[in-house]
Design a protein around this ligand. Structure first.
Ligand SMILES: [Zn+2]
Length: 277
C-alpha cells in the first residue's frame, strides 16, 4: 500500500524554504508526495529584474512548478491572493487570502484530501513561523479541513469522507535564533526588524524546543532541497546564503527538520523520528 503525504503551504516558495528536505526524502523513499499552495505570491518582494504584482505571480507559478519537480512532488495550486506581511496595504484587499470566507479554502482542501487520500498532512505552525498572516491562516484552514474531510456529514458533495491519520506543523526551534538575536543586540543591530522589508521580528521566530515532537532526518534530501530553493530566483533563492555552502556541510549543520504533532494530540514527552512511524 503506497503511503501518501500532503504539504499545505501559503506561498510559492514555502515548500522549498520550509520542510523541503522532508518532502524530498519521502519522495525518494517512494512516498506519493503532494504540495498544495494556497496563494499566488503576488505580494512577495521581487528580486532586481523581476516584475511585481500579477507579473510576479506568473513568474512564481513557474518557479513553484519547477521546485515541486525538484522535490518529486505533485503540485496543486489554488491561487488565492497573497495578503502580504503584517502592515502591507494588501492586507485589506477583500480577496486577500486572510479576508476570504474561511469556508472556501477549507472546502478546497477537503476536496483535495478526499481525492488524494493522504496518510499524513503537514502545514505551517500556529505562529506561521514568523507571524506571517497567510501562514497562520493556512495553519487554521488546514486543521479545519483535516478534521472535516473525515466527517461524512460535512461537505457531502465533495466526495466520500476520508480521514488522514496525522496532522503535523512544520516549525523551527528558537534556541539558536535567540542566540543570534542576542549577538545582533551586542553588535548594535535591531533583531526585531530584519529581512528585506525589515518586517521580521527575530525574537518571535520559532518555538521553544520542548514543543517539538518530531525530528525527521533529511540529509539525503539536502541536494534536492537546495535545488528547489534555487528555482525561486524572484525571491533570491538562487543567491541565498546557503548557495555557497557545500551540501556535505549543510547535512552536518542541519541534519533534521522539526515538526509539532497536532493530531492525534501528542502526549507529554513524545519524541518521534518519522511522520509515519
Ligand atoms: Zn510564505
Amino acid at each position: 500500500m503506497n503511503r501518501r503525504l500532503l504539504g499545505v503551504f501559503a506561498h510559492p516558495d514555502d515548500e522549498s524554504f520550509g520542510p523541503a528536505g522532508t518532502l524530498a526524502v519521502h519522495a525518494l523513499d517512494g512516498v506519493d508526495v503532494h504540495i498544495a499552495t494556497m496563494t499566488d505570491g503576488a505580494a512577495g518582494t521581487p528580486a532586481a529584474g523581476f516584475p511585481d504584482g500579477d507579473g510576479l505571480a506568473r513568474v512564481r507559478r513557474e518557479e513553484l512548478r519547477a521546485a515541486a519537480a525538484q522535490l518529486g512532488a505533485t503540485l496543486h495550486h489554488f491561487s488565492y491572493r497573497d495578503s502580504g506581511f503584517i502592515g502591507d496595504e494588501r492586507n485589506h484587499l477583500p480577496d486577500a487570502f486572510i479576508n476570504v470566507d474561511e469556508a472556501e479554502p477549507i472546502a478546497d482542501l477537503v476536496a483535495l484530501i478526499r481525492e488524494i487520500r493522504p496518510d499524513v498532512v503537514i502545514s505551517h505552525d500556529e505562529n506561521g513561523g514568523y507571524r506571517h498572516p497567510d501562514h497562520i491562516r493556512c495553519h487554521t484552514v488546514t486543521r479545519a479541513a483535516f478534521e472535516a474531510a473525515g466527517d461524512p456529514e460535512r461537505f457531502r458533495d465533495l466526495g466520500p469522507a476520508f480521514a488522514p491519520s496525522r496532522l503535523y506543523s512544520e516549525t523551527t526551534s528558537n534556541r539558536l535564533i535567540k542566540v543570534a538575536a542576542g549577538v545582533m543586540r551586542l553588535v548594535g543591530r535591531d533583531p526585531t526588524r530584519i529581512g528585506v522589508n525589515k518586517d521580521v521580528d527575530l525574537t518571535r521566530v520559532g518555538v521553544d524546543p520542548h514543543r517539538i515532537t518530531t525530528r525527521v532526518d533529511v540529509r539525503k534530501g539536502w541536494s534536492r532541497k537546495r535545488a528547489a530553493g534555487a528555482r525561486h530566483a524572484s525571491q533570491r533563492g538562487d543567491i541565498g546564503p546557503l548557495r555557497r555552502v557545500p551540501v556535505g556541510l549543510l547535512k552536518l549543520l542541519f541534519p533534521r527538520e522539526s515538526f509539532i504533532r497536532e493530531l492525534p494530540a501528542p502526549w507529554p514527552g513524545l519524541r518521534e523520528t518519522s511522520l509515519f512511524e
